[in-house]
Design a protein around this ligand. Structure first.
Ligand code: ATP
Ligand code: MG
Length: 782
């Protein structure tokens, strides 16, 4: 069959493709027809992109088609501005609906006719209970619903009432139309669901033609059927609606239409950490002025991403990479950024820009001289040619961060007396540091080596590092808008508190920087890599030749910050090992000299300690430490009284961690009690959080006194214990550090510490350490 050709498909197989392959093989349909059905009540976000890429992608791969259908059945929130932006966005993403643009509101007359058919067939009735009553009478999972007193209205009465509803005879809420299915169905949704509501409201396309509006569960399957959609794909939360989807079609369509009727399949929605996806919440940020409109580059809206400079190709790649499954998950923002960098790395020319400048005067370079030095746009890509000339002059700007008066270990950049390479320029040596009265460095005086033009020394010596720079005389001033995550917690809307509390006050940082002059020769929508900084593009609205404004699309990874973080992680790891060794020594001591641990206990404390050992099988050291302090003993017994916290584990955490961070407080001064602590222990016991995160969580509880579960939920501290997600992280790290991998394989096994540090950093400490170590060892040895 020609249209079954799945070869050359851009995307990996998934369960939906398997279903389509099966349907085509069985000859159920001859053309695959999908649809993307947004409601025009907001701008599209990256979650919608997943649905767009899936639906349009399938249509393309199977030589079928995908409809763009506005699901505009709700008059109150929809408008033309949203229609325009949605169309623009779908096209920007690279998809084309051809002639197949539809509006659900165009089907209102047909939908009405289907409803009348159901009434005629005795399968729908007008209910005059109010919605609250209807909800009350729906029953519960364990309890069947109560039939409405209006359930047995005659067909004629129903027809008349429904017609009058349409004619506007009744006010909002006076009647509804319901399907007559089964008030005792195990599927709550089948207990006579609502089909139509009275809503006296102006519809942006239909005006005041209608005052009754169909419900999603009734309208959507019929919209699909009217358009001959074959595979109707929606997100997992519609799983329970599928029985109703099927019921509506089976009871509205003619028997000969049934074999080719549409079917609904559900896939997991895309969630991204550090942001929110709900249109309603996005609308709040826009309305309350928390961001600068729907296309604010910090938003996960596609309009925002477009303005920021993110290429549509990168979004498509990302959507394909996260794949189509039926398991809910949260994709890490760092993964999205990784895909972005991969995409931009290949397609952007490299130029120089300085975000925070520090003036450098080359004292042995002639005043007034300009040397135009050729510089490649594609230094890392031998297949691409193309270069510009960059002016070298006596006064330059370098990045302020690239100089340290007192450089820490591992800082391979400029410092007093050091020589560095200016990329494509010369080697320079810092001779003198000039400061103002406040001690702020205002200028560096350097000398250059005239033999090193282009960035190479004839004697082959290599300097401390390579810096980017611009000529002070030629540099173009530019406003650089650098973006951080919009929220400072991983799951801003997971808790009970308002999500706007977690907005990151530093989500936008504006720098007055400088860019090399070649930028003025390029098209305004060119994307660049500013060497050593990040990817940038001019803001297409605010930037003008006389006053450049550039958005940072995504930073390059900051290896310096990463290294510091890796060192921090290594330090934590070291401390933990030390603590464990100390504990072990104590244990050995107390076992050797029996009773030693009890040495400084009075007789009562000794009795208590022995009781703890007998009842909870604590080890001697733990028992002694706890028994020595009456308040602590009480606390421990309360914790162990709860069923959730295993006593030995609780004792361990009390002795090894809690006491340490309490310092000279007593357990009675803690901002939390034994109940919260038991819940904390349970989280560790159940593996919800790792021990490493346990330390951090305990400190958070110390400062806020909040419930541990709430903190975990809000800050996304759950341990990553599924090997698939960890494997991705491990593979990423291995790919990013080829030299380290090689050294490891040549025998430097201690590098495992470095790799573990990387895993912990990328997962923000949430990786299950044993699993991470095992995966790393396996991948590194492979
Ligand atoms: P929101 O909850 O953000 O308001 P929505 O689902 O109400 O979104 P619609 O306009 O109804 O927005 O969505 C259009 C299509 O996009 C639907 O098929 C929906 O399932 C899909 N979609 C929405 N959000 C996501 C997401 N996060 N991941 C994948 N698909 C999504
Ligand atoms: Mg919706």
């Amino acid at each position: 069959m020609s249209n079954q050709a799945n070869n050359g498909a851009e995307s990996a197989s998934n369960f939906i493709r398997e279903i389509i392959d099966r349907d085509l093989t069985e000859g159920k349909y001859d053309t695959v027809i999908t649809r993307f059905p947004p409601e025009p009540n907001g701008y599209l976000h990256i979650g919608h992109a997943k649905s767009i890429v899936l639906n349009f992608g399938l249509a393309k791969d199977y030589n079928g088609r995908c409809h763009l259908r506005f699901d505009d059945t709700n008059p109150e929130t929809e408008n033309e501005e949203y229609i325009r932006s949605i169309k623009e966005t779908v096209q920007w993403l690279g998809y084309d609906w051809g002639d197949h643009l539809y509006f659900a509101s165009d089907y209102f007359e047909q939908l009405y006719a289907y409803a009348v058919k159901l009434i005629r067939d005795g399968k729908a009735y007008v209910d005059s209970q109010n919605e609250e009553k209807i909800r009350e009478n729906r029953g519960s999972v364990n309890e069947p619903g109560k039939p409405s007193p209006y359930r047995d209205r005659s067909v004629d009465e129903n027809l008349t009432l429904f017609k009058e509803m349409r004619e506007g005879k009744y006010g909002n809420g006076e009647h509804v139309l319901r399907a007559k299915i089964d008030m005792a169905s195990p599927h709550m949704i089948m207990r006579d669901p609502l089909l139509y509501r009275i809503k006296h409201a102006h519809h942006y396309r239909q005006g005041d033609n209608w005052c009754i509006y169909p419900m999603y569960d009734f309208a959507h399957p019929l919209e699909d059927a009217i358009e001959n959609v074959t595979h109707s794909l929606c997100t997992l939360e519609f799983d329970t609606n599928r029985v109703l989807y099927d019921w509506v079609l089976e009871n509205c369509l003619e028997p000969d239409e049934l074999p080719t009727r549409p079917h609904q399949y559900e896939f997991a929605r895309l969630n991204l950490s550090y942001t929110i996806m709900s249109k309603r919440k996005l609308l709040r940020l826009v309305k309350e002025g928390k961001v600068d409109g729907w296309d604010d580059p910090r938003l996960p809206t596609l309009a925002g991403m477009r303005r920021r400079g993110i290429p549509p190709e990168a979004i498509r790649t990302f959507c394909k990479e996260v794949g189509v499954t039926r398991t809910e998950s949260i994709v890490e923002m760092s993964h999205f950024e990784h895909v972005l960098r991969d995409d931009l790395n290949l397609r952007t020319p490299r130029i120089n820009g300085v975000t925070e400048s520090l003036k450098v005067v080359i004292t042995n370079y002639p005043e007034g001289k300009t040397d135009w030095i050729p510089a490649s746009y594609w230094p890392r890509d031998i297949d691409k040619s193309g270069q510009r000339e960059v002016p070298f002059t006596r006064e330059l700007f370098i990045e302020r961060d690239d100089f340290r008066e007192d450089p820490p270990k591992g800082f391979h950049r400029l410092a007093p007396g050091r020589e560095v390479r200016l990329r494509y320029g010369y080697f320079i040596t810092c001779e003198e540091v000039i400061k103002n009265d406040d001690g702020v460095i205002t200028e560096l005086r350097c000398t250059y080596d005239p033999e090193t033009r282009g960035g190479d020394a004839p004697d082959g010596r290599s300097p401390e590092g390579t810096l980017h720079w611009v000529s002070a005389e030629h540099a173009i001033p530019a406003e650089l808008r650098r973006y951080n995550r919009l929220f400072n917690v991983a799951a801003p809307d997971a808790g009970d508190e308002d999500f706007t509390e977690h907005l990151n006050p530093e989500s936008l940082v504006v720098k007055q920087g400088f860019v090399e002059p070649s930028i003025l020769d390029d098209a305004r929508d060119t994307r660049y890599q500013f060497e050593r900084i990040g990817y940038f593009r001019q803001d297409q609205e605010d930037s003008e030749p006389g006053s450049l404004v550039l958005n940072e699309i995504v930073p390059l990874r900051d290896t310096w910050a990463e290294q510091e973080e890796a060192e921090r992680q290594a330090e934590i790891e070291r401390k933990r090992r030390e603590k464990e060794a100390e504990k072990q020594r104590q244990r050995e001591r107390s076992e050797a000299g029996a009773g030693d641990a009890f040495g400084d206990l009075n007789p009562d404390q000794r009795t208590e300690a022995n009781a703890l050992i007998a009842k909870y099988e604590l080890d001697k050291v733990d028992a002694a430490v706890i028994a020595r302090d009456e308040a602590l003993t009480e606390f421990f017994r309360a914790v162990s009284g709860s069923d959730s916290a295993p006593p030995k584990l609780a004792a361990n955490w009390i002795v090894n961690n809690l006491i340490g961070i309490m310092q000279d407080q007593t357990v009675r001064d803690l901002p939390f009690g034994p109940e919260e602590f038991s819940r904390f222990i349970a989280l560790i016991d159940e593996g919800v959080i790792s021990a490493r995160i346990g330390d951090e969580l305990l400190e958070k509880m110390m400062t806020s006194g909040e419930d541990p579960e709430m903190i975990v939920r809000r800050e996304g501290l759950r341990q990553i214990g599924d090997s698939d997600s960890l494997k991705l992280v491990v593979e990423e790290i291995i790919a990013e550090n080829p030299e380290k991998v090689q050294s490891y394989q040549e025998g430097k096994k201690a590098l495992i510490g470095f790799f573990m540090g990387q895993v912990m950093q990328k997962t923000e400490g949430r990786a299950n350490p044993e699993m991470a170590r095992e995966l790393l060892t396996r991948e590194l040895e492979a």
